[in-house]
Write a protein that binds this ligand. Sequence first.
Ligand code: ADP
Ligand code: ZN
Length: 605
Amino acid sequence: MPQRTTTTAVTLADVFGYPEFRPHQLEIIDSIIAGNDAFVLMPTGGGKSLCFQIPALHRPGTAIVVSPLISLMKDQVDALRANGVAAAFLNSSLSAEESSAVLSALRAGELDMLYVAPERLVLDGFLQTLSRVELSLFAIDEAHCVSQWGHDFRPEYVQLGCLRELFPEVPIVALTATADEQTRLDVLRQLNLSGARMFVTGFDRPNIRYSAAYKTRPAAQLLEFLKQHDGESGIVYALSRRRVEDVAAKLVAEGIRAGAYHAGMHTTVRARVQEAFMGDRLDVVVATVAFGMGIDKPDVRFVVHYDMPKSIEGYYQETGRAGRDGLPAEALMLWSMQDVMTSKGFIDAVANEEQRRIETHKLNSMIGFAEALSCRRRALLGYFGEELIGDCENCDVCSDPPETYDATLDAQMALSAVYRLSERFGMGYVVDVLRGSTGQRIIENGHDALSVYGIGGEYSKEEWSSIFRQLIHQGFMRVDVGEYSTVKLTPSATAVLRHEQEVRLARPPAPRPKAKKLAKTAKRAKSFALETDEQAELFERLRELRRGIAEERSVPAYVVFADAALADMARRRPTTSEEFLQVGGVGKAKLEQYGEVFLEAIAGV
Ligand code: ADP
Ligand code: ZN
């Protein structure tokens, strides 16, 4: 494909219909256009795709995009084509004829972008074909899949390491939303990208409002939440297949357009549910975590966890599916001590001790998040090693702080116990000592002779655990996962031990704490910042129109227009093509395809 001679800003507007770049996009794009390798770590919804799509249009040749998610490829390619980009994909879902048509287009240099599955890319024959065509770049999406450290290792990714040497002139871009330091280094090593420029952007998703509530009557709590999100797209995650089906059935009985999705269902049934959700014919999908990897719907307005997830990584990835379009979205987690026990049971069944330890740590962090007394976003970002300056004012704790008590004495007991035990034991052991347990290990170690032995007998194990987790959250102690999950004091513990600082904690969740009132959320119109009834009414009409078009063309609704674009239309009420082009998300190709019908609808014809 001929390379574009306009500026990247013009491409952004003409092709993608956006007036400006998001933070970091331009910097990354310029660097790739200049021919550098890049590593891009950006949160879900941050706008990673444009970082390689625009360079693909500005460098000569075809861009090869590697993605593990076959189910996503078609949608991504459809969305690009709708914007007038010459894109295609190659994966096992194509017939032999379709594949060879794509290959001819590739050989003829007719493609801007070609999406391929990793196992296809590394076939000898395919690599040879690639060596004979002009390539603009390689983009490796979900790059963490190459690392065993990551949470989603895929063996077929490992072979991608050969690309750097085979195609020395072609820039390689690795992109991911999930990578801790260790995974990051491993990705660079595995892909031989030692010279890549690193672009690590923040994890924060400011448009998502986080809240957690203790389960009392979960089904009723969920319904109350859904009532406030009538007609909006959302996902409800539950831990077991059985639960998924039960909850979905309840919602349907309440007249909600809901469907179930889990790995035990037949593939065609699952595909149908997913398509209906993408096409806005289903509002709510109740699912196990099997649902989501292939979901790239920008206007998901809420994600509910009906059961407590096993790790913050998983939770963050799942909630990250809400609000990709940058508009307000909600993440609600329901949890209970029963959930904690169930997860503990799973962990106990794991044979490998090292893995058990890591999973226990992850679960404890998750519980800590559930019980957070200070800004929940701060706790989340802190988990990923990022500090938030000031509270977020967009989480349930910020808007409705929990009841606390002066826990200085409790904190002192806990901290001194850690200290007396030379910071060499895990939380469970320290709690046992505090409670005066007569366990064999304690007696053998002579810890029943310590001054702290048995001083905390009036609290149960669970209550102490809650106190410890809160102290960890507030930064008075930390868990050293690298060293058998022992509990260590931090420098701030000193002030507490010296009676120089007061500590406030939430009352530990005694058997059944009062359920917190669920956050009131605004109606849909409000979440798109639509101010008048006319705007809200037009927005609904445009959604109807979009639904019809999407169904007719068998594409996801957002391929026609994202909600954000419809909301912008409702606000601006464009009457001419020029005005229509001003709408966010409307580029030239969209104007040509849909301008007329949408302008008519807006004019009320
Ligand atoms: P990621 O791959 O990082 O999860 P995407 O590339 O899918 O995110 O982008 C998320 C959403 O943000 C998409 O709907 C995309 O069209 C939109 N988007 C990306 N860049 C911009 C921009 N500069 N202005 C407006 N919207 C954007
Ligand atoms: Zn907050």
